[in-house]
Design a protein around this ligand. Sequence first.
Ligand code: HEC
Ligand code: HEC
Ligand code: HEC
Ligand code: HEC
Length: 260
Amino acid sequence: MKNFKIKLSVISLGTMLSLGVTQAGIVGSMHDLSTTNPNVATPIPGGTAEICVFCHTPHGTDTSAPAPLWNKILPTAASFSTYDALGTATLDGQIDLNEGGISLACLSCHDGTTALDLVLNAPTVTQGTYRYDAAGTNLGGGITMASFAPGPVPVLGKDLKNDHPVGVQYAGGGLTWAPITGANTVATAANDKLFNEPIWDNNRLWIGAVGDAGLPLYKGATLGPMVECASCHNPHKTDFGSFLRMSNAGSGLCLACHIK
Ligand code: HEC
Ligand code: HEC
Ligand code: HEC
Ligand code: HEC
């Protein structure tokens, strides 16, 4: 059995190389919760060889979720204590986890409370293994981040006061979700001017560069461009460790946004 697993991982590595994949991706990463991940012991009892299913499903998704084709029920924003509760005098922007929302998708595992294996549409295994009913209600139990894995378990928990603000307006607020020009620039409109100018491209806003090399901002429902977990992290990308979108050598990630 052991031998079989080793062979399988060699084959999949070979396949990746032959496809010319340049980005170090999700396969074999900490976000690969499948039974075929050669790098970690299987955390999910009665697990599946599928990878994406712990976050995405092609059918029956949570349409209220901010992440595409989301296969989990989100925790409520009100269940978290956010950075603004510190009452820090220097914080300019408003914080609202419901505005851009994407952070709640990450927190649907990293809150340490929601079970990793609680999904809306289970993979092709016995649904009972995945602990939800047709209405998406948790049938109880489940593997939470707090209760699994040896090693460091990166649970943020419900207290986000000790974390970099998320669900927070970029540049202290004042910018609108529109091309960054004229009256809508950091220099003229932002409440906190010590931030780099975002780049507008195809109805999206980026910091540093457009696309994979840059950091995305997220569209707040009413608060304009927002910084969320996925502004700094790409849950599929392992090139820079910790699923970071860019290298933080020389604090390059921090300096992409902050003028310091
Ligand atoms: C641990 C959770 C997680 C897993 C597992 C995961 N994703 Fe994602 N995925 C996300 C999140 C969160 C977003 C939203 C990111 C954003 O909006 O910046 C996303 C966005 C996407 C997008 C749209 C945006 C983009 O980056 O292109 C695609 C396509 C996608 N995922 C495909 C996949 C596929 C295919 C797999 C399996 C091989 C997978 N994902 C596994 C969390 C996950
Ligand atoms: C399906 C559940 C799930 C979702 C959703 C999820 N994660 Fe994770 N994440 C995990 C697990 C499990 C680990 C590894 C825990 C361990 O092995 O101790 C992990 C690890 C990480 C790590 C540590 C990686 C390292 O190399 O140390 C980061 C960073 C991370 N996740 C960020 C995110 C972000 C940002 C999002 C949303 C875009 C997200 N995660 C969504 C389950 C999830
Ligand atoms: C402003 C950028 C930024 C934002 C926003 C951000 N992170 Fe991180 N995160 C980082 C950096 C940088 C690291 C790597 C820290 C290190 O290596 O010391 C990290 C590390 C982590 C880790 C690994 C454990 C640890 O503490 O080092 C986890 C898990 C994680 N982030 C999850 C999240 C989640 C979930 C969110 C949203 C609630 C989030 N991050 C928002 C920058 C960010
Ligand atoms: C994607 C853009 C972005 C990145 C990357 C980023 N930040 Fe921030 N950061 C912000 C925003 C926006 C705020 C909220 C500022 C405000 O409203 O006053 C903030 C707030 C802060 C604050 C709190 C300021 C206060 O007034 O309480 C500190 C400290 C900070 N960031 C440090 C860092 C460090 C260190 C890094 C790198 C690990 C980093 N930031 C990466 C956008 C970013």
